[in-house]
Design a protein around this ligand. Structure first.
Ligand code: FUB
Ligand code: ZN
Length: 667
């Protein structure tokens, strides 16, 4: 049974996703000509192709999201749009499985050119993922057949080829691994493995990139020429124009750094073989997708050398190259990583897709290792670096997500590169799959999101979570086995609930235990070990948020119908500081509560200079405000000079018109 999100914070957001966001995105894909490109490629209409060479991927990601939404919100309106698009894709796909409207319309005899830059494999990857998601949602095989035809084309054209036959922007690897899981067709796994293993082995990468870049430029000039001719022959054609994208404050030499990053191969994670990639570099979405694929592969083949590299690069990212929101990417020019501790809040690029990619990766790591820190980071990025990407209305988005903004960043209906909206929608739609996992007689609860599911641990066990997060710390977990059953129930103790290190659970219902003693709650490690490990852990990460102090408490007992476990997580306000090596943060702190990072937004503090005010941390208190932003717990306090302050959750900034904002405040 698929997990059902039953109520509360996330249920409301998933409704907005299903009833508004997904239809808004389709409308924008039509308006921007993205869907029309398929009609042109299929020969249904004449016209001129609009958008980037990778524009097809945005339509496929929409279908992926729509399919996942359809599982929980099977509306006929959505089904009609999906079916119409699937039939269109089928007409546009070449008989041999190839589908890339950029080439099919502009360069009909070209394919697999400029692999590092023009995203052909990336687009086929999202096509394949859409096919898998549609099959998983409907059990229909029409879109899956289109996906398999494309995947077979790629296996035919790439399996066994050399190291220059690798994709630029990772994605195809994830798609092929997902496709192998639903088809059990091993060549897909072997193809994904080859793409991963061959990265970083091309000694002539820089030369190849220069050549490809020149070819890309020539092809774009050719298209520009063709467009001029088309416009003069079709004065009625109205090209689609979007408002300018958001500004992103650039550090010095940003463009030069990006060029060096690209030529070195780091931008594409092509600078070293995968097992030697132990520091996060380059474009942060590309990086997160690669690491996700590597973790998926390690789960399939049990290759511990891959796991070792994954653990090292994760630790490097979390302790030295990640923002306190969980955002990754601090150099706008490359949409990617900077150096250790280079985490300027105004330069923060922290693309929404990068947070989502990191969440996909952490979910794979959680299943690979059963370590709580990965689910803790998943939760932290979910509520902060990812959730900030979608406005409360479901129809306005942020692409780059600064932690300090002095203006120029507003939520937009669409972008010239609209990769984030449908990426958010497909992740929200799938949220249920990230809550529970199980094996033999063990059940893991990774996330405290109100939900219900049935898990088979030899017998079916109905599990129901009732959670008041992120506003309150009360969580009740109902464990209803079909019959009495000894089960190890692993419960993630969040890093943000420090007191949970001590009294990790409230007294449980008397009816459940003869006597309410700790002996029934065997820890996955002893309390002493917990405290010791807590002491040993690097207390201070670059950002001040440290998922490594999260752990799984194990409740190992015989459960009976009607049993319940109750948590009361500590929701005290926490004032966090960065590691001293992070430049520009001296004397600055971030305010967090539960899994939420808070910020000061000018809308709530019109008379305060939020960038220079000094807060009185002792004055901070939390209060629920039903009238604010759909009902939130705000944090109120005052400056050292007595000016009132209101903090809101960071993910909700920018919902009330242009504003200024800061996560980091003076203490
Ligand atoms: O290049 C494809 C996608 O578009 C990347 O993942 C995003 O960063 C955006 O550039
Ligand atoms: Zn994006």
């Amino acid at each position: 049974m698929k997990t059902k999100i039953t109520s509360g914070f996330w249920h409301d957001r998933l409704e907005v996703n299903a009833q508004r966001a997904i239809f808004h995105q389709w409308e924008q894909l039509e308006k921007s000509g993205c869907i029309e490109n398929f009609r042109i490629a299929a020969g249904d209409v004449d016209g001129f192709r609009e958008g980037w060479f990778f524009a097809d991927s945005d339509a496929y990601k929409w279908l992926d999201a729509a399919s996942r939404i359809y599982t929980s919100f099977p509306t006929p309106e959505l089904a009609i749009v999906m079916d119409e698009f699937i039939m269109l894709v089928e007409r546009a796909q070449r008989p041999d499985g190839y589908l890339f409207t950029y080439n099919q319309i502009h360069f009909p005899n070209d394919r697999w050119k400029n692999l590092q830059i023009e995203h052909e494999l990336y687009c086929h990857g999202h096509l394949i993922e859409a096919g898998v998601s549609h099959y998983e949602a409907t059990a229909r095989t029409d879109m899956l057949a289109i996906a398999r035809c494309a995947a077979d084309r790629i296996v035919e054209d790439f399996l066994g080829k050399g190291t220059d036959h690798t994709p630029g922007h990772e994605e195809i690897e994830i798609a092929l691994l997902r496709l192998c899981k639903v088809t059990d067709h091993q060549p897909y796994l072997e193809m994904a493995r080859q793409f991963i293993e061959q990265r970083g082995h091309n000694p002539l990468f820089a030369l190849s990139l220069i050549r490809q870049n020149s070819s890309v430029g020539q092809r774009r000039n050719f298209i520009k020429q063709k467009k001029q001719e088309y416009l003069s022959a079709h004065p009625e054609f109205k090209p689609f124009h979007l408002p300018p994208d958001n500004a992103s404050k650039q550090p010095r030499y940003s463009r030069l750094r990006w060029q060096v990053n690209a030529l070195s191969g780091k931008y594409f994670q092509q600078h070293a073989p995968i097992r030697k990639q132990t520091v996060p570099v380059g474009h942060s979405v590309r990086f997160a997708y690669l690491e996700t694929a590597v973790a998926m592969l390690a789960r399939e083949n049990g290759d511990q050398t891959l796991v070792h590299a994954l653990e090292q690069v994760w630790e490097s990212m979390v302790t030295r190259r990640m923002y306190v929101t969980g955002g990754i990417g601090s150099v706008p020019g490359s949409e990617g990583f900077g150096n250790d501790y280079e985490l300027d809040p105004e330069y923060a690029y922290a693309e929404t897709c990068a947070a989502l990619g990191s969440m996909f990766w952490n979910w794979e790591m959680a299943q690979l290792t059963s370590e709580a820190k990965y689910s803790d980071l998943f939760e932290w990025q979910l509520y902060n670096a990812a959730a900030v990407g979608m406005g409360l209305d479901g129809t306005s988005y942020l692409y780059n997500n600064p932690l300090t903004c002095r203006g120029g960043v507003t939520r937009k209906q669409w972008y010239s590169v609209p990769c984030c909206p449908s990426n958010l929608s497909r992740t929200w739609a799938d949220l249920g799959k990230y809550i529970y996992s199980s094996n033999q007689n063990e059940i893991f609860i990774h996330q405290y999101i109100s939900s219900e599911t049935v898990i088979d641990v030899g017998i079916p066990v109905n599990i129901k979570v009732e959670s008041e997060l992120p506003w309150n710390g009360r969580v009740v977990i109902h464990v209803d086995p079909f019959e009495k059953k000894k089960i190890k129930l692993h419960l993630r103790i969040p890093s943000w609930s420090p007191k949970s290190m001590v009294n990790m659970y409230a007294p449980v219902e008397e009816k459940m235990l003869e006597n309410n003693t700790e002996e029934h709650f065997s820890h996955s490690v002893s309390m002493a070990e917990i405290h010791n490990s807590f002491e040993q852990l690097p207390k201070l990460t670059a950002s001040g948020y440290n998922p490594q102090i999260s752990w799984f408490a194990c409740v190992d007992r015989t459960w009976s119908t009607g049993d319940a476990l109750e948590f009361d997580f500590d929701m005290s306000i926490q004032v966090r500081r960065t590691y001293p090596k992070v430049k520009g943060h001296k004397g600055k702190v971030t305010v967090t509560r539960g899994p939420l990072v808070y910020c000061l937004e000018s809308v709530d503090n019109p008379d305060v200079d939020i960038f220079n005010a000094v807060i009185d941390t002792k004055s901070l208190d939390s209060a629920f405000d039903a009238r604010l932003l759909g009902g939130v717990v705000k944090i109120i306090g005052q400056t050292k000079t007595g000016q009132p302050l209101t903090f809101i959750p960071y993910h909700l900034w920018g919902n009330r018109g242009e504003s200024t904002m800061t996560v980091w405040v003076n203490k």
